[in-house]
Design a protein. Structure first.
Length: 327
């Protein structure tokens, strides 16, 4: 048995897959195996995996494309490690990612078996890599938007549920999560019916089994490769919040802006697509703090360029609606 199994789901990403595999092999924790789950790729994915002449890199192939969550669950099923760590095939890890997560879990333990079982998973911070002439602005907006409310806890048990539902904490399970294999199997792995929000959703179920540790370091580099249509996100958001309806009611009563935070996500999505009427309707329901302005205005600017709408008019509209919501 290995200490950790790294599960990399992939579909037609032969060009970037080596970056992910190499970053896993470069970990300072070397007691690991890597399972690349090829979800029905039609490119050179299998040739890429075969080029790694080491038994630490193995491949499992789906005959047809079944979705990333199914691929992750296939990896969980075949994992031989005591822990499972997930890595999206377009992302990469810093070399000390696993080392620092294991250290965090160890630091929170008092040495007893019960304590080790109490802290069952860990996540960490990340950076977002973008390219182009406006990359510096996008990175700045991403840094602002990724900051959770400093008054909220970043680690612990079920008390994190409200902050996760309200999108104040971003566990990013697809590339940051390290979890005990027995725990992730016990909860049934990733929800295969969700097209979005699968990362926070699995963490909510993990918190029913134990505690989540946090490493306050950007040990993941996420590479942006596009976003799904906002209508898909809206449908998944409705499904996600309905599944946790009781928790939504309970934590909104405690002051968490859960539904309003999801409305903000949808508003930004619609604005970036140039669908300003739909975006404005969502923005009227959203919770808008000052830290949200960079991302909100950026999305409106992207949509204005896409639809050839005068940018000044769009930004004025967005700013006015957001200001009215805060007043």
């Amino acid at each position: 048995m290995s200490l950790v199994t790294v599960v990399i789901p992939t579909y037609n990403r032969a060009d970037v897959l080596p970056r992910a595999i190499d970053s896993a092999l470069a970990q300072t924790v070397d007691d690991l195996e890597i399972l690349v789950v090829d979800d029905g790729s039609t490119d050179d994915t299998q040739a890429v995996v075969a080029s790694y002449e080491t038994p630490r890199v193995q491949s499992i192939v789906h005959e047809t494309n079944r979705g990333a969550n199914v691929a992750r669950n296939t990896g969980i099923e075949h994992a031989n490690g005591e822990f499972v760590a997930f890595l999206d095939s377009d992302d990469e890890w810093r070399p000390t990612k696993l080392e620092h997560q294991f250290a965090a879990l160890e630091d929170r333990s008092d040495g007893s078996d019960e304590s080790h079982k109490e802290w069952v998973a860990a996540y960490c911070d990340f950076t977002v890599e973008t390219s182009g002439r406006t990359a510096w602005l996008e990175k700045g907006a991403a840094r602002v938007l990724s900051r959770a409310d400093p008054e909220r806890p970043m680690e612990g048990g079920s008390e994190l549920t409200g902050a996760i539902l309200a999108d104040e904490i971003h566990p990013g399970a697809g590339s940051t999560l390290l979890v005990r294999t027995e725990v992730v199997r016990e909860i049934g792995g990733f929800d295969e019916t969700l097209d979005r929000f699968q990362d926070p959703e699995i963490v909510l179920r993990i918190l029913r089994e134990g505690k989540l540790a946090y490493v306050d370091e950007p040990l993941i580099v996420r590479h942006e490769t596009g976003s799904p249509d906002t209508e898909i996100v809206a449908e998944a958001s409705e499904q996600y919040l309905e599944t946790y309806a009781d928790e939504v009611e309970r934590f909104e009563a405690k002051g968490y802006d859960i539904r309003a935070s999801h409305a903000l996500v949808l508003a930004k999505g619609y604005f970036s697509e140039g669908r300003f009427l739909r975006g404005t309707r969502q923005l009227q329901r959203a919770a808008v703090a000052r830290r949200h302005y960079p991302g909100l205005l950026w999305a409106a600017g992207v949509g204005a360029r896409r639809r050839a709408v005068p940018m000044l008019a769009v930004l004025t509209l967005v700013s006015a609606v957001a200001w009215m919501r805060r007043s």
